[in-house]
Design a protein around this ligand. Structure first.
Ligand code: ADP
Ligand code: MG
Length: 285
């Protein structure tokens, strides 16, 4: 957890724990993330503004919207991955289990270790299947049985049956869809609270995509998931909540912002905002 390696970092707040504010209300217990993003900059360019939403435990939240509206930028803020980009600047607050992960006392490396991310292109390490999954366990100094944990993670990622006889072969020999599930196994091996996925299916075929979608539905019973997708059908199929982002072109810049956030069926069937209606109609017509 973040606080193990950092002084003054968030409370231990593991799964289902209260937020540590002395406020034990159950609605707060359900909140994993609370975003109050004012602005996100790359150098002088304001890429995103005004994102306010919360992500509840055990749900899948989809970020949708046209290319360049800041979906990935916002997703990467949830585990401070953007800090690795040159000139990135964050204004606002993101609370994870009640604690501001952008507070000065927080170690971003520990945040990234706690909140896993799966990318668009499967990126297994050039090592064996087994070592890919055991990697995070080693890094975290996990004291338990690594073999058991690896099997458990591979089963959790619906990959075990396909790889149990090639655990010690190179991960790079797997198919794209298998590699993506391996990356998911690698993320869940350390039992994170949250999984962030940035267009995890855009580089794999439709059959593999359906497998990953089935997997997401299974995983959300244990993990909270936030996913960026350009595939509206996918958002409709898997997400409980959907956030629709759009680009404001009224000024000289193209700045992404949150237009509408709510239950997925509401966003798709009864969008309240004109931009949401137009975008969804356009994409489905
Ligand atoms: P999306 O995922 O919705 O397509 P992004 O979050 O990738 O959008 O990008 C939002 C805006 O920020 C875009 O205008 C993009 O060009 C810009 N951007 C993204 N990453 C960087 C970066 N590393 N440096 C500068 N600008 C960036
Ligand atoms: Mg993106």
């Amino acid at each position: 957890m973040i606080d193990q390696s950092t002084e003054g970092a968030p409370n231990s707040g593991g799964p289902g724990k209260s937020t540590g504010n002395g406020n034990g209300s159950s609605s707060l217990d359900l909140k994993i993330f609370d975003l109050a993003v004012k602005a996100l900059y790359y150098g002088k360019f304001k890429a995103v503004r005004d994102i306010g939403l919360s992500i509840e435990k055990g749900t899948i939240t989809a970020f949708i919207g046209p290319s360049g509206c800041g979906k990935s930028t916002v997703l990467r803020c949830l585990n401070r991955m953007n800090d690795l980009k040159r000139d990135f600047r964050f204004e606002g607050q993101i609370r994870y289990l009640g604690k501001d992960i952008y507070a000065k006392s927080i170690d971003p490396v520990a945040v990234r270790r706690t909140i896993g991310m799966v990318f668009q292109k499967p990126n297994p390490f050039a090592m064996t299947v087994y070592r890919n999954v055991a990697y995070g366990l080693k890094l975290n100094g996990y004291k338990g049985n690594h073999e058991e944990k690896v099997e458990q993670a591979l089963r959790g990622a619906a990959l075990w049956e396909e790889v149990k006889d090639k655990l010690h072969s190179s991960a790079l020999a797997l198919s794209g869809g298998q590699q993506q599930r391996l990356c998911i196994a690698r993320s869940i091996a350390t039992e994170p609270e949250v999984l962030l996925m940035d267009e995890p299916c855009s580089a794999i075929d439709p059959v593999a995509t359906h497998k990953i979608e089935d997997l997401m539905r299974e995983l959300k019973t244990k993990y909270t998931i936030a996913i960026v997708t350009h595939n509206l059908q996918q958002a409709k199929r898997v997400a409980d909540k959907t956030a629709f982002f759009y680009v404001d072109t009224s000024g000289s810049e193209r700045t992404g912002y949150l237009v509408e956030f709510g239950d997925t069926h509401e966003i798709f069937e009864h969008p309240k905002q004109k931009f949401t209606q137009e975008y969804i109609q356009g994409e489905f017509s």
